[in-house]
Write a protein of this length. Structure first.
Ligand code: ASP
Length: 421
C-alpha cells in the first residue's frame, strides 16, 4: 500500500488529472445520468480549493506587500490594469469576428419556452464601492476576492510601516507579525500540495457527472456556437498570447508547459477563483517573481476575463443571427465597451459569464431568452473560457514580470554608471 502511494506521489500532476478526466468522460458516457452519484467527489475537490484560496490570497499578499516598496506596487498596477482592459477588449472583438464568419445562430428559432432567471447586474460604481469591505468578516466569509485583496494590501502596508518605525516595540511587533504571516503562507502552500494529490479523483467526479448529465448530444445541437467559442479561444490563446510572449521575449513553449496544470484545472473546474492556488503555484514554476505573481494573480482571477470576453462576442452574433439583426459599427463599439466592463465584473466562478452576457444583450437590445438557450451548452464552453481566463492572468503576470526585471536591470546599470563616473 505504502509502495503504491509512493508510486502515485511520484507521478506528475498533469498525467494524474488527465487520467481522471479521461476516466470521467468514459464513466459519464457509459452510465449517463447515473454518473451524477460521483458528483460529490468533485464537490469535495472544489470545496477544498475554496477552503484554501482565501487564506492563500490574504497571507501571500500581506507578505508580498512587505517585500515590495509602494512605488513598485504602483508601477506593477499601472502595467497590469491596461493589459487587462486591452486584452479583454481584443477578446470581445475577436469573439465577434470569429462568430461573424461562422454565423452560428443562422437557421435557429428564438426559443419560446426557455426561461432563465437572470439576476440584476450591479452598476460599475457599485462594483467599485463593494471593493471596500464594510464588514471584513463578511467579505472573508463570502470569499469576496477584491475586498480581500484590498484588506490584505492595507494590512500589509500597516505591518510594513510598523517594521520601519523608529519605536523599537513597534518594530518588534511588525517583524513578529510578518514572521507569522510568512509561516501561515507556508502552511497554506503545504495544505494546497495535499489537496492536489486528491485532484484526480475530484476531476473524475466532475467530468463523469457533467458528461453524464449533459451528454454529447447537447454539443451536437449547438455545435456551431460551441465551435465558434472554441475557435475564438484557440486563436486568442495560441496566437494573441503567443505574440505577446514573443514581444516580451518569454519562451512560448516552455511557458505553456509550465502553466499546463493551471490550464487543465481551469478547464475542468470552470472556475478561475477555484484554480487560483494552482495558478500561483504554476507562476512560480514559470519563474514569475513572487511580488508580481502574488499581487496580480488574485486580482486577475476576478477582473481579467479574456475567455468571457470571447463568450460575449460570440453570444452577441449568435443572438443577432437568430433575430436577424445586423450589427452596425456603432453597435459593435458599444458591445466591445460593455463586453469589456461586463467581463471585468464577471466573477471567477462557474457559469458567471451568463450574467455578464445578459448585461451585454440588454445593452445591445437582444433578447435575453437566448442567454437561456446557450446556458444548455455553457458547461462545455465555460471550460475553455475559464482556461483562457486563467491563461490570460498568467500571461499578464509573465510580461509584467519581464518588464519589471528589465526596469530593475536598467536602474542597476544607471547606478553602476553613476558610481563608476
Ligand atoms: N467561469 C469563468 C471563470 O471562472 C467565468 C465565466 O463564466 O465567464 O473564469
Amino acid at each position: 500500500m505504502y509502495k503504491l502511494w509512493k508510486w502515485y506521489l511520484g507521478k506528475s500532476f498533469i498525467s494524474k488529472i488527465s487520467v481522471g478526466f479521461l476516466l470521467g468522460i468514459i464513466v459519464g458516457l457509459i452510465f449517463g445520468q447515473s454518473a451524477s452519484v460521483l458528483a460529490p467527489l468533485g464537490d469535495v475537490f472544489l470545496n477544498l480549493l475554496k477552503m484554501i484560496v482565501i487564506p492563500l490570497i490574504l497571507l501571500t499578499i500581506i507578505v508580498s506587500v512587505n517585500n515590495a516598496n509602494p512605488k513598485e506596487l504602483g508601477r506593477i498596477g499601472g502595467k497590469i490594469f491596461p493589459y487587462y482592459i486591452i486584452t479583454t477588449a481584443i477578446s470581445v472583438f475577436l469573439g465577434l469576428v470569429i462568430a461573424k464568419m461562422i454565423n452560428p445562430g443562422s437557421g435557429l428559432e428564438l426559443p419560446t419556452s426557455t426561461n432563465m432567471e437572470v439576476s440584476e447586474a450591479p452598476s460599475l460604481i457599485d462594483v467599485l464601492l463593494q471593493i471596500i469591505p464594510a464588514n471584513i468578516f463578511q467579505s472573508l466569509a463570502d470569499g469576496d476576492v477584491l475586498s480581500i485583496v484590498f484588506l490584505a494590501v492595507i494590512v500589509g502596508f500597516a505591518i510594513s510601516f510598523m517594521r520601519n518605525s523608529t519605536e523599537s516595540h513597534m518594530n518588534e511587533w511588525g517583524s513578529l507579525l510578518l514572521k507569522l504571516m510568512e509561516g501561515g503562507s507556508e502552511v497554506s502552500f503545504r495544505i494546497l500540495n495535499g489537496i492536489l494529490q486528491y485532484a484526480p479523483v475530484g476531476v473524475l467526479g466532475i467530468t463523469a457527472s457533467t458528461i453524464g448529465n449533459q451528454g454529447l448530444h447537447t454539443l451536437q445541437s449547438l455545435a456551431k456556437y460551441v465551435g465558434a467559442s472554441y475557435l475564438g479561444v484557440a486563436i486568442h490563446m495560441f496566437i494573441i498570447f503567443s505574440i505577446l510572449l514573443l514581444i516580451f521575449k518569454v519562451p512560448v513553449l516552455k511557458f505553456f508547459r509550465d502553466i499546463r496544470e493551471a490550464m487543465m484545472t481551469a478547464f475542468v473546474t470552470a472556475s478561475s477563483l477555484g484554480t487560483l492556488p494552482i495558478t500561483i503555484k504554476n507562476a512560480h514554476k514559470a519563474g514569475i517573481s513572487d511580488r508580481v505573481a502574488n499581487f496580480t494573480l488574485p486580482i486577475g482571477a476576478t477582473v481579467n476575463m479574456n475567455g468571457s470576453g470571447i463568450h460575449f462576442g460570440v453570444g452577441v452574433v449568435f443572438a443577432a443571427n437568430i433575430v436577424g439583426y445586423d450589427l452596425s459599427i456603432g453597435a459593435i463599439v458599444a458591445i466591445i465597451l460593455t463586453g469589456t466592463l461586463a467581463a471585468v465584473g464577471t466573477a471567477g466562478v462557474p457559469g458567471a459569464g451568463l450574467i455578464g452576457m445578459s448585461i451585454v444583450f440588454t445593452q445591445a437590445g437582444l433578447p435575453i431568452e437566448i442567454v437561456g438557450l446557450t446556458a444548455g451548452v455553457n458547461v462545455l464552453t465555460d471550460m475553455v473560457f475559464t482556461c483562457c481566463n486563467v491563461t490570460g492572468d498568467l500571461i499578464g503576470a509573465a510580461i509584467v514580470d519581464k518588464s519589471e526585471k528589465k526596469h530593475i536591470m536598467s536602474t542597476k546599470d544607471a547606478i553602476n554608471e553613476t558610481t563608476s563616473n
